[in-house]
Design a protein around this ligand. Sequence first.
Ligand code: FUL
Length: 507
Amino acid sequence: MKKKSALFLFLVLLGLAVQAQKYAPKVKPADPPKPFGPVPTAAQVAWQRMEMNMFCHFGPNTFTGLEWGEGTEAEDIFNPTALNCNQWVDVAKKAGFQGIILTAKHHDGFCLWPNPMSTHTVRESAWRNGKGDVLRELAVACQRGGVKFGIYISPWDRNAPTYGTDAYNKVFLKTLQHAHKNYGPIFEQWFDGANGEGPNGKRQVYDWKKFNAQTKKLQPNAVIFSDVGPGCRWVGNEEGTCGRTCWSRLDVAGREPGKNAPSQDTLNAGNYNGACWIPAETDVSIRPGWFWRASEHPKSVQELLRIYYNSVGRNSLLLLNVPPDNRGLIPAEDSLRLMEFRAALDSIFSNDLAKNVRYVEVSNYRTNDKNPRLGYWISVLACCEPGPFHAYGMVDHYGEKNYDTYWATDDSVTTAWAEFRFDAPQTFNRVMLQEYIPFGQRVEKFHVEVEDEDGNWRTIAEETTIGYKRIVLTETVTTPKVRIVIDQSRACIVLNRVGLFLDTIYN
Ligand code: FUL
């Protein structure tokens, strides 16, 4: 009987809630915000959301121990004894990488595929009697494993006889064409900015317009990397450190990779008023060198976590180089280190304490309601949800999974706060924030406050930009209330995620 009456009460309440929803005065939802400044293409948004990709430097240098091959190495030098790209993909997947980029041709000019424009390729080597093709093996393995595939092709070529003349631009275009037409879709084309002398002592004047135009035509979804984009930019160093202030905007008019690229500081922080959307990519190696050497070893988990926080946590994508060895396999010590890194990331980020939020209040949100309710209890009943644009969308039951729900303020409101309350105090030291970048990057100053034991608000972090993702490292706090305060935004605020985490590993 007791059970029955509880059920009856529940049904009555549910009925009332549904009725309340039905008869609540209907307010037409506000319009979404307008984009601000340059905005990413759909391909750039998809690219940024990959967050972590694996770089593979592999070629003659793997066998000679050089970082920059001379271009005169005998083709037979390249002779991996047990190449298995499925193993690379397996390691990448288990580590949580979404894509793999292979150095199909490094500065020494050696091509890991039988490029008809060159006589310095796998075809001329004794490896698999000249029938091997690393690009093919990796493209197939990536497709099989559901990992995206990207290509690094160095414009600088220390082997090509035509390098330094007009003819080389045509050779390079044909080289790109061959790689872009025969190995399926690529998600990123990596153009190295290094531009030294060719075999005849000359430097090349590159035809970047044609290189980019042809790439866009043959691989429309590929994000093009270089010092100046157009798809994404070098972060300005190889240490794995993006600027604490990082705009995904850059001015590139009149600039070219490797010649008059922006300064390394500018690449690191972007341009506040940059005319183009060219986000930062942080490329760094798990080992001291880019290529494998028996004498070198992978970085520690602590160092990898530092790199993660300084790249993914600072509005940049992380491209971590994990070089295969002279057998053509990712060495066990590197894959073990990556598994430890993955386990550390999972232990930190799999438990988002923001999921425990019970009440969300904002100082403002976009609504046509003249007297809007600002605070909401997180509820399972749709009738008690505030509709789009309340900060509720950053933490509710669909907020984390649904990238496209966001808190947005009125057009005129560029300073605002969102408060998150819990039933019981939560202990954390990482605050994750995300701006909804399809509408551009806006926030230039924010801080985080928590309520201390005496009921006073205390600031635990003050930062500048957010961008696609910002992870703020704070002291460890235990609190029932957290406030995200946006002090300055360049247009109305648009945030789609807040996360709170406890990291007990990185120090
Ligand atoms: C640099 C190159 O010179 C290095 O060898 C490496 O490939 C790195 C990713 O880019 O510019």
